[in-house]
Write a new protein. Structure first.
Length: 270
């Protein structure tokens, strides 16, 4: 199970890195390799080496009444199967973000092998695949949103799903990215949440590959999953704030809109 989860994690990170490289117009030309610490190493054409670490603004698993890891695994299985079902209907390469409600029972996600859990997982996967197929963007770069404000979504979205964002990346990416989250468990974009992520990664940076000339930190977030927690004023303040870090460059990558923002960071020496 661990090797399977690691394989899925690696594939997702590759897809996110490819999205970032495509939308960051200053991304250096070179050869990108998967690594351990950091997540990627870029051997640039100019002879320099850049280490790139990925991290996400995620809910901290301190709530004993909510097993976030179990929910993540359950939702990941739903999205994997939905992608497989869709692949039998179409060869289009998509980025699909699904915002799930909190109404999925903890008993179900903590016992995913039960018949009831399997029926719910399969039913949601089939629904997602067919909703995506019915709302397929006709050309690469197009982005569609299916939510309860749209007539189609109000009629067809299952009660456990709040919205589905669909982007066609055919011809731009080789691997699709089907992703899920729960809005109320995603950390809002604030100065505090970013500073905490930077500090956490800074502590581990000393153990990273020393052959790199620069170390970059890529913070991944998805604003549409923030729901009512998303405060555009707080988000703008967070993007403009000056942070302290051992990383040479720090970026916030908004996954759904593929927006890249470089943070203003002062180098921390000690």
């Amino acid at each position: 199970m661990e090797s399977s989860n690691q394989y899925k994690k690696d594939r997702r990170e590759w897809t996110i890195m490819n999205l970032f490289a495509e939308h960051f117009n200053q991304f250096p030309i070179g050869e990108l390799h998967k690594s351990e610490r950091p997540d990627f190493i870029l051997d640039c054409r100019n002879g320099k080496r850049v280490g790139i670490e990925l991290t996400e603004l995620k809910y901290e698993r301190k709530d004993t009444e909510f097993n976030m890891r179990a929910h993540e695994n359950f939702l990941s299985n739903i999205m994997d199967y939905a992608q497989q079902v869709f692949a039998r209907m179409s060869n289009q390469v998509l980025v699909v973000d699904v915002h799930f409600a909190d109404s999925i029972s903890s008993d179900i996600v903590q016992q995913p092998d039960t018949e009831n859990a399997q029926l719910i997982c399969n039913g949601l996967s089939e629904s997602i695949a067919h909703i995506v197929s019915d709302n397929l963007p006709e050309s690469t770069g197009k982005h569609y949103i299916v939510d309860r404000n749209s007539k189609y979504g109000d009629v067809n979205l299952p009660s456990m799903i709040e919205s589905i964002h669909i982007t066609n990346v055919t011809g731009r990416m080789e691997e699709p990215l089907w992703y899920a989250s729960i809005s109320t468990r995603v950390k809002p974009l604030t100065v505090e949440s970013i500073a905490q992520r930077i500090d956490d990664k800074d502590e581990k940076l000393l153990g990273y590959d020393r052959s790199c000339d620069q170390q970059w930190l890529l913070i991944i977030q998805n604003s549409f999953l923030m729901s009512s927690q998303y405060d555009p004023v707080a988000a703008m303040r967070a993007l403009r704030h000056r942070y302290r870090s051992r990383f040479n460059r720090i970026f916030v990558f908004e996954r759904s809109s593929a927006t890249v923002s470089e943070l203003n960071a002062i180098r921390r020496i000690n």
